[in-house]
Design a protein around this ligand. Structure first.
Ligand code: V47
Ligand code: SF4
Length: 370
């Protein structure tokens, strides 16, 4: 780290910076100070130190598509712009045949991952979703299937009348390879009641991921930030994730999801600034010293901020997407048709001074773009 910059730090800030540079774990109080008192330039340098310890100068992406089987959802998350009730205008529900045809249309496309997430449908069981996975896998046998948030898994197990572990085993037998990080929102129980009152609770979310990791199914994790939470809430959230990772080591990536305020019941909260996004990426990178990757999900945050985030701890930009997801389009993201070619995504990364690496879903390098 830049010596001149280090010399300008106050004594207690210097102690924390030294700890980070010596690769020592920081505690919750220290993380709070990072959020509240540290200069963004200092945070960037500290986060970059950890980022390069884990991932050198590499920045990862993959070739992926999303399938969103339905937006019909039993829950009522106030930040959601996407869900509908049965028969409500704007609701969709694809049949297995339609999903088969979608998968078929990507046979020769070079994609390596299908990300499948939708609303928590009132009637769908674990057996139905196992069939859905099998349907996609039959068409795309070599493609990694990352599917279903903990909220969907919890509900499909209940509908099937089985426990979460049994549901996960059924999904795995059908071809599930990993689980995405959605549904975590914010773990603080009081705040969770305010923004997603009837959603899968914190302990259940953590338990789905714990059970998955124990079965050898890796997963991602997220936070929904930039609404009505405080820095204390964010640190508590990160801390619960770090604890679970100490126990299971099953998380591949952490994805901070910025609250987007378009067309939902929390629009009054507005959106946080770009500086706040960068601060959040940096503190997450520093605090989560046991999760190898920090992802900027570009359809949510936009291409421009994603590229800047590579200097604030981020080492992964998700994928090419091919205009297959609507969650953030409906919440007012600037990326209304999220799609990037390999050329475009690798050039963005190279322009930021990083080495672009096309990865598979478990972060093995497939192609390096120098
Ligand atoms: O759980 C919903 C979030 C999540 C809004 O694991 C919103 O690789 C911001 O988890 N503003 C689903 N966020 C998406 C998700 C995800 C996305 C990309 C990659 C991965 C991965 C996971 O979207 C939900 C919720 O937290 N969300 N509405 C909104 N208005
Ligand atoms: Fe349903 Fe997910 Fe939207 Fe919540 S965020 S209402 S669980 S689709």
């Amino acid at each position: 780290m830049n010596k001149g910059l280090m010399n300008t730090l106050e004594e207690n800030h210097k102690k924390i910076a030294d700890k980070i540079l010596n690769n020592e774990r920081i505690n919750e109080d220290e993380a709070l100070l990072l959020y509240k008192e540290f200069d963004l330039a200092v945070l960037g340098m500290l986060a970059n130190h950890i980022r390069e310890k884990f991932n050198q100068n590499y920045t990862y992406f993959n070739r992926n598509i999303h399938i969103e089987p339905t937006n019909i959802c039993i829950h009522n998350c106030l930040f959601c712009s996407y869900s509908r009730k049965i028969n409500q205008e704007g609701a969709w529900e694809y049949s297995l045949e339609e999903i088969r045809n979608t998968a078929k249309s990507y046979k020769a496309s070079g994609i390596t991952e299908v990300h499948i997430v939708g609303g928590v449908h009132p009637n769908r069981t674990a057996n139905y979703y196992a069939e859905l996975i099998q349907t996609v896998k039959n068409e795309l046998p070599d493609v990694h299937i990352k599917a279903f948030t903990a909220a969907e898994i919890e509900h499909m197990a209940k509908k099937e009348g089985v426990d979460v572990r049994t549901a996960l085993m059924k999904l795995k037998a059908a071809g599930l390879d990993s689980i995405p990080g959605g549904g975590a929102e914010i773990f603080d129980e009081e705040l969770r009641k305010k923004i997603c009152p009837d959603k899968t609770d914190t302990e259940k979310w953590l338990n789905v991921h714990r059970q998955a990791h124990k079965l050898g199914i890796p997963s991602n994790c997220t936070i929904l930030y930039g609404h009505i939470e405080s820095y204390e809430h964010r640190v508590d959230h990160l801390s619960r994730l770090r604890k679970l990772q100490d126990e299971t080591n099953g998380f591949n990536a952490f994805i901070p999801l910025k609250y987007r305020s378009g067309n939902n019941e929390m629009s009054y909260a507005g959106e946080v600034s770009t500086t706040e996004d960068l601060r959040n990426y940096a503190v997450s990178r520093i605090f989560l010293d046991n999760i190898p990757h920090i992802k900027a999900y570009w359809p949510m945050i936009g291409k421009d901020i994603s590229v800047i985030s590579l200097s604030y701890g981020v080492d992964d930009l998700d994928g090419t997407i091919q205009d297959t997801t609507k969650i953030y389009t409906m919440a007012g993201s600037e990326e209304q048709n999220p799609e990037m070619t390999i050329d475009e995504i690798s050039s963005l990364i190279k322009d930021a001074g990083r080495i672009a690496v096309e990865r598979n879903s478990i972060y093995e390098a497939l192609n390096i773009f120098n």
